[in-house]
Design a protein around this ligand. Sequence first.
Ligand code: COA
Length: 379
Amino acid sequence: MSAPILNPVISATGLFTPDQSIDNKELVASFNAYVALYNQDHADQIASGTMEALAPSSVEFIEKASGIHSRFVVDKDGILDPAHMAPRLAERSNEELSVLAEIGVIAAQDALARAGRDAADVDAVLCAASNMQRPYPAMAIEIQHALGIEGFAFDMNVACSSATFGIQTAADYIRASHAKSVLVVNPEICSGHLNWRDRDSHFIFGDVATAILVEEKSIAPAGHWDILGTKLKTVFSNNIRNNFGFLNRAHGAIDQDGPKTDKLFVQEGRKVFKEVVPMVSALIVEEMEKLGLQGRDMRRLWLHQANSNMNRLIAQRVLGHDATPEESPTVLETYANTSSAGSIIAFHLHQDGINSGDTGLICSFGAGYSVGSVFIRKS
Ligand code: COA
């Protein structure tokens, strides 16, 4: 007798959104207050030409360059304090749930509730995110423990592409019969790795957590999404980088004194834009050909949420025409870039008008470089 074919599907997704947010006006006011303080503190060096004055930021630039209007954060006061410019999060004892696990658990519980699934029925947890709070024990194991899940759990980091890489990994476990129900959790406290003193990027990120429940079709709830195919790709690049790590801790890992540091997020935004758009579009189009799909077959694209102009170009190349907001929804206006969680937030919030049999794509891309695509069809 041949073995049954095991088909992975997306049963449900979950979302945690912090209750604090910062709009561009507040952000720019705080950044410009920091710039004024910095330039005042270094007035002599600036006057003598040994230092350059910092330039102010502007709401108009941010909105035009990125499409971002606001971002949710876990600690607004610390970020907006011109003398601090970072979230203030009290360290927790080992007996308390860590911050990343806490928001991951809330998103996971939301996904489980939507699927009508008991945590005890889940076999594995993958914490797939850009920044882990610590090296070990794995965040995923802490989330597994908090939810009361037996089985196994581990962390994986593919930066902004972590969620889609997690979905393929979960799908492969299901196909290989290693699990029937896998939770992929993406807690992203991006405010902790964003350099709020860097004019080029201080507006980019926000905080959030998402979760995706990937299950074997025979146990999945009605209304699930069949996974038609997944494709991952990585190509090394230094154009998005964060050098923070345990080996440079002794050298004062985060330089609090200057506006630039490579121990927080840094990027060559223009190069990223130019190099990633063709890479992502080509991968999607190639995969569509393999799956026998054409632009007109794609009901909705839930793309990574980094930059509205990038998404506009990618969607245009995939669909063969300018995408309507319904075809390629964005959450950048309110959430900003939330790293791996972005495409999942878009998917979670924008399923209106979708009918059984409709085909869509969840696609993320970012540092590495990395691209992950997940083609899905509403059951
Ligand atoms: N306020 C006002 N002006 C600013 C500014 C700010 N906050 N930041 C930069 N500028 C200025 C620059 O000084 C420059 O001025 P100049 O032309 O006089 O030299 C001008 O705006 C253009 O800067 P640039 O950095 O080239 O902007 P851009 O149009 O490339 O937009 C990004 C910047 C980052 C929004 C854009 O490159 C991008 O989104 N790239 C992809 C990033 C991405 O997706 N990364 C993935 C992260 S996971």
